[in-house]
Design a protein around this ligand. Structure first.
Ligand code: SF4
Length: 324
């Protein structure tokens, strides 16, 4: 891969000792890339919500969105990379100008095209739901809780009911319905500094309660710990919880989770075309393998064995059963 100096961006955090790397070493582990099968594309930080836990500090005031030129460079990279999965995320990708055409161009380039939906932003884009159906896009939607109070506290008043309404629209289009082949997955994260409960038990509870109370069905549920980055890290620091939360995550380190970490199989492209090992490193400003590279200057995915940049936020991925 060719290296290139990209546009300069402020590093949002002071450099701190990477205790995650030390923990790996003490456990006789090394975090290296396996085959890169997923291309994740963060199309920007613009969002209609300003969630307290957001690791990229997305919000209505953010102006960083992917340009048509960068979309073209990503498309060219995807064409050469032969990825099994392309994963489009944000911010709220629904709000990015030209997102429809971008999805149309990406869909033929990988067997699975994922779209990280913001259910309130998607409510205003029924045309996108039609496009998802036509392109067989896998929709992955944040849905933090089964009750309005915790969900609205994380996001904004009214978000819970608005999200339910959009899930009903997706169900009506066939998403999450048995036999439709249209996959609808949900992502739940706990409030504040709590760690997520067991994923399979939580998935059963969400299936049961969403069907019984709201008549809503979906395919899979992912439970994620809040990653100490962005707006969530700022809140942790200002409320005096940062050190305790980092220690809690580090104390829950599960060496068995390392092998399945998503950064081993994923390369992430930011809105400006810069490459990262994952969306969390993007938020942290840690470039791919520690070296700044732009998507327009590379012709292949990072190879197996290549290094992965890490920081203390990585403990969120290895806490308990971890997430991939
Ligand atoms: S934050 Fe990224 S680099 Fe760190 S362990 Fe998680 S996926 Fe890997």
């Amino acid at each position: 891969m060719t290296e290139i100096a990209g546009p300069s961006r402020p590093t949002p955090y002071r450099q701190i000792p990477d205790s995650f790397a030390g923990t790996l070493a003490r456990n006789g582990l090394e975090l290296r890339r396996a085959e890169t099968t997923t291309l994740q594309v963060n199309v920007g930080f613009l969002c209609d919500q300003s969630c307290r836990h957001c690791h990229v500090s997305a919000g209505p005031g953010r102006t960083e969105v992917m340009s048509r030129g960068t979309m073209d460079a990503v498309e060219s990279f995807a064409r050469q990379g032969a990825f099994a999965v392309i994963d489009v995320t944000g911010g709220a990708p629904e709000l990015v100008p030209g997102i429809e055409g971008f999805l149309e161009r990406l869909a033929p380039l990988a067997p699975r095209l994922l779209f990280r939906a913001n259910l309130t932003a998607l409510a205003a884009r029924p045309d996108l739901v039609d496009l998802f159906v036509r392109l067989r896009v896998v929709v992955i939607a944040s849905f933090p809780a089964l009750d309005a109070d915790p969900a609205d506290a994380q996001r904004a008043p009214g978000v819970f009911e608005a999200s339910l309404a959009t899930l009903r629209v997706l169900n009506a289009a066939g998403y999450g319905r048995v036999g439709s082949g249209l996959e609808l997955d949900l992502v739940a994260n706990p409030s504040g500094t709590l760690l997520p409960p067991d994923q399979s038990a939580e998935e059963e509870r969400f299936h049961r309660e969403l069907a019984a109370v709201h008549g809503i069905t979906f395919n899979r549920l992912y439970t994620l710990a809040n990653v100490p980055l962005g707006r969530f890290r700022s809140w942790l620091a200002s409320s005096g919880h940062l050190e305790d939360y980092l220690q809690q995550l580090a104390g829950s380190f599960n060496p068995c989770a390392v092998d399945g970490l998503m950064c081993r199989n994923l390369v992430s492209v930011a809105w400006d075309g810069m490459l990262y090992d994952c969306d969390f490193n993007l938020a942290r400003g840690l470039p791919l393998g520690g070296v700044r590279r732009h998507v327009s200057a590379v012709s292949s995915a990072p190879p197996p064995g290549a290094p992965i940049a890490t920081g203390d936020h990585c403990f969120a991925c290895t806490a308990g059963s971890g997430f991939t």
